[in-house]
Design a protein around this ligand. Structure first.
Ligand code: SF4
Length: 456
């Protein structure tokens, strides 16, 4: 796959140039096609939205039929190209770009492997794939059971017995394959297949259970190989062009930047304590309370809370007054003006390079590493269980919801734990999940304002 600059056009199609079939791709080899730099990143982001949606669905414990709907909707919303003939190219390009992104550590490989395999499993079902073509491509040796063999009453009886016991449709002539039993360990282990003379007799609807492990094992090996190529060659060769994109993608936040919350305008100093109680996520409530108690926050905390407050609409003058009121109690107002006011004006783009800094996303906060005396970070990740329980109790989370939240935090689903907290406190569902503290704030304000209007 060659990546070309945005000025270059006329990229050939994968389907026309390299003979890739129109069935569900197995991603055995990278396609021979040129990709525009902008598509390289855009397609990968679209696929990442699908994979993160799947990850969220699994973490929420969705049932197979709910997952099927989720995968269908996510794919339709994000992976369709405006030109239908380019759908396949988008699918291939996005997969191979994310392979580069997620090959770079054991943890990243594990996540990608698991999400891509789940995606493949559901697409296999949803897209009515050509089973024989897929088995051929995967190098699975099989025989279609002949009508003569199928005519054997003894065999049919055994096949019907197994089919009934596992609630599968009865096999039909032409829809039954013989494969060596070692190729279907999942079916053998769960006794879902009839075995005779070393062959497993597999119905069409069971093909998925041995195609998926093949897909998974191939992708797993391919990720390790990609990692070697990345470390030995690509990272250095592409250091000025693709490497920064690839490195940013794994931790990228994919939603709006909440630079300014236009929807709800400004919050004023007189309301700040009340909105902090009702609409700040736990990370910000913790910082806010620590500031009110200690009259001080270290740099990481000042950045995380300061940019969040800017995002929820606190104007620069109010921000200066707010921080000064607290800090001056500890360090005096002169020292505040000298040492701390600059940082606040800087966050608002009024000093230094005059960059208009945006608030931190959950991912950035979760990946931060607070030290002793720091209050920034994500409590679902950085608090001890005991402290998290106490903090959630203080927020007003019921004991029934609390156990679920603690469980999600323990299994490292921090944003889901935060989403469940939001749902418990606002008594409503939040299907999009919490990805940004300012999103938490906006959604909360929206709900509270609607409630106020309906009770007015
Ligand atoms: Fe804050 Fe996000 Fe953690 Fe919630 S998940 S506490 S919004 S960082």
């Amino acid at each position: 796959m060659d990546v070309i600059d945005r000025s270059q056009k006329n990229k050939p199609s994968a389907s026309s140039s390299d003979g890739v079939r129109s069935t569900l791709p197995l991603y055995r080899t990278a396609p021979v096609l040129e990709v525009r730099l902008e598509d390289f990143e855009r397609f990968a982001v679209d696929r990442l939205i699908v994979l993160r949606g799947i990850s969220d669905g699994l973490a929420r414990g969705k049932k197979p039929d709910e997952m099927e709907k989720l995968v269908r909707d996510l794919w339709k919303a994000n992976m369709r190209h405006p030109q239908a003939s380019e759908d396949l190219n988008k699918d291939l390009i996005s997969h191979f770009v994310l392979r580069l992104v997620y090959c770079r550590s054991e943890e990243l490989r594990k996540w990608f492997l698991s999400m891509e395999t789940t995606l493949f499993r559901y697409r296999f079902k949803l897209e009515n794939s050509d089973h024989l073509a897929l088995m051929n491509e995967l190098g699975i040796t099989y025989e279609v059971v002949s009508s003569t063999e199928f005519g054997d009453n003894n065999l049919r009886e055994n096949l019907n017995l197994v089919a009934r016991s596992v609630n599968q449709p009865l096999p039909t002539p032409g829809g039954l394959f013989k494969v060596s039993f070692e190729q279907v360990p999942e079916l053998v282990a769960t006794r879902k297949v009839f075995i005779q003379k070393g062959y497993a007799y597999v119905g069409v609807n069971q093909v998925v259970s041995f195609v998926v492990p093949h897909f998974r094992s191939h992708l797993s090996k391919a990720l390790v190989l990609t990692n070697r190529k990345w470390t030995s060659m690509i990272r250095e060769q592409e250091k000025d062009r693709l490497t920064p994109i690839v490195e940013a993608l794994a931790t990228s936040y994919l939603g709006p930047d909440y630079g300014q919350d236009r929807e709800f305008g400004e919050i004023s100093l007189k309301d700040i304590d009340q909105v902090a109680r009702t609409s700040f996520p736990l990370c910000m409530q913790h910082l806010f309370n620590a500031l009110r108690e200690d009259h001080h926050l270290k740099h990481g905390g000042r950045m995380q809370l300061g940019l969040f407050l800017k995002g929820v609409g606190l104007k620069l003058d109010d921000a200066l007054a707010f921080w000064k009121a607290e800090f001056s109690q500890k360090v005096g107002s002169e020292r505040f003006d000298k040492e701390y006011a600059y940082g606040i004006r800087h966050n608002y783009g009024k000093e230094g390079k005059r960059t208009d800094y945006t608030p931190y996303s959950c991912q950035k906060i979760i990946l931060s590493t607070p030290g002793v005396g720091d209050h920034h970070g994500c409590p679902y990740r950085h608090f001890s269980e005991e402290n998290l329980r106490a903090a959630l109790g203080k927020m007003g989370v019921s004991s029934r919801a609390l156990e679920d939240i603690i469980e999600k935090a323990k299994t490292r689903h921090y944003q889901l734990a935060c989403t469940l907290t939001f749902e418990a406190l606002h008594n409503t569902s939040c299907d999009a999940g919490i990805n940004h503290p300012n999103q938490y704030f906006s959604e909360s304000q929206k709900i509270l304002k609607e409630k106020n209007t309906s009770t007015a």
